[in-house]
Design a protein around this ligand. Structure first.
Ligand SMILES: NC(=O)c1ccc[n+]([C@@H]2O[C@H](COP(=O)([O-])OP(=O)(O)OC[C@H]3O[C@@H](n4cnc5c(N)ncnc54)[C@H](O)[C@@H]3O)[C@@H](O)[C@H]2O)c1
Length: 313
């Protein structure tokens, strides 16, 4: 039975990844410090093949007998945390990535590093393909996250070359679904909490900025497909995984108001500094390499999310 180590496995995406690995008969060890994750995200799991260890990836990993793959998902990802947990985030994506890579190296395992569309910053190229180098403000409020993710990728490439390791990097675009933290400040949980409570939905700026939202099951299938692809095809590669259906934030708010039974309206606040104006992945590479494409529509995904969403959780 293959052994997968999943850092950040008690978080939103990590816990769905754990479900998928257990379904495919992996033995799974989660390392998580519960900074933004929750034990409840894994409380539904009954499998004896899951071990959860409270561990901060800024510290050297525990000893394992054998490891086949390390999925490095640990990192706070909420813009609300970028200032209050700036150093923690920067070190999780630098020192934490080093520890994840060292673990993979020690066991001759594959490492799959979770990067982000934030490496593209406020993009001057649209849609963003993997060859675009990005436009990130190195001193701005998002820098501790954006720049440490860029470093994480650079370190992964360096390890791959220096130690001939099988390292794969996935640039995740905005993803939503059940188990998102209702309080973490990202736009879909914010809007859902406000709509369910009957408060007006807060739109930053005029709402014309665009985003593309991927449903979590689509994302996890993409990540697993990438991890399972043959070494000759995927080793050393970086791919975008996300949904290409681009909408404005105002359209997202309208869609949520249409799908929640609420009297809420919309209210407008100034746009935060460095908030990207446009964001949409070019997923040509994932389509060609993995025959992957997102299948769940925004309305279908939102309905599934609303069914399980509790703003008071
Ligand atoms: N959700 C998205 O839309 C999105 C988009 C782009 C990239 N990502 C990336 O995907 C990964 C997972 O994001 P998520 O949305 O599930 O966020 P999340 O906050 O729900 O999950 C992150 C998990 O990592 C854990 N963690 C954070 N720092 C840690 C540390 N130092 N040591 C151990 N555990 C630590 C948290 O406790 C949490 O369980 C992150 O790397 C994030 O940057 C997510």
């Amino acid at each position: 039975m293959e052994h997968a180590v999943v850092t950040g496995g008690a978080g939103f995406l990590g816990s769905h990844l754990v479900d998928s690995l257990l379904e495919d008969r992996y033995r799974v060890t989660v390392l998580d410090n519960y900074g933004s994750g929750r034990p409840e995200n894994l409380s539904h799991v009954e499998s004896s093949q899951l071990t959860v260890q409270k561990h901060d990836v800024r510290d050297t990993f525990p000893e394992f007998d054998d490891v086949d793959i390390v999925y490095h998902m640990a990192s706070r990802a909420s813009p609300d945390d970028f200032a209050s947990h700036a150093v923690e985030i920067a070190m999780t994506n630098s020192l934490g990535t080093k520890h994840a890579l060292e673990c993979a190296r020690e066991h001759n395992a594959c490492a799959l590093i979770a990067s982000t569309s934030e490496v593209y910053g406020n993009p001057e190229e649209h849609p963003q393909s993997e060859t675009y180098n990005g436009n990130v403000n190195i001193r701005g409020p998002r820098a501790p996250y954006d720049e440490s993710k860029r470093f994480s990728e650079a370190l992964a490439v360096a390890y791959g070359q220096r130690y001939s390791m099988d390292i794969r990097t996935v640039r995740i675009f905005n993803t939503y679904g059940p188990r998102m933290d209702p309080h973490d400040g990202r736009v879909i949980p914010n809007f859902l909490s406000q709509a369910i409570r009957g408060d007006d939905l807060t739109i930053y700026g005029d709402g014309s900025q665009t985003r593309s939202f991927c449903y979590v099951t689509d994302l996890i299938k993409g990540i697993r497909g990438f991890a399972d692809a043959s070494t000759s095809v995927a080793s050393g590669e970086v791919i975008n995984i996300g949904n290409t259906h681009e909408i404005t934030i105002e359209q997202l708010a309208e869609t949520i108001l249409d799908n929640v039974d609420t009297d809420s309206d919309m209210t407008y606040q100034p746009l935060p500094e460095d908030d990207p104006e446009i964001r949409k992945p070019d997923i040509t590479k994932a389509k060609q390499m993995l025959s992957w494409r997102p299948k769940v529509s925004l309305v279908e995904g939102l309905k599934n999310t609303i069914d399980e969403f509790d703003p008071d959780q």
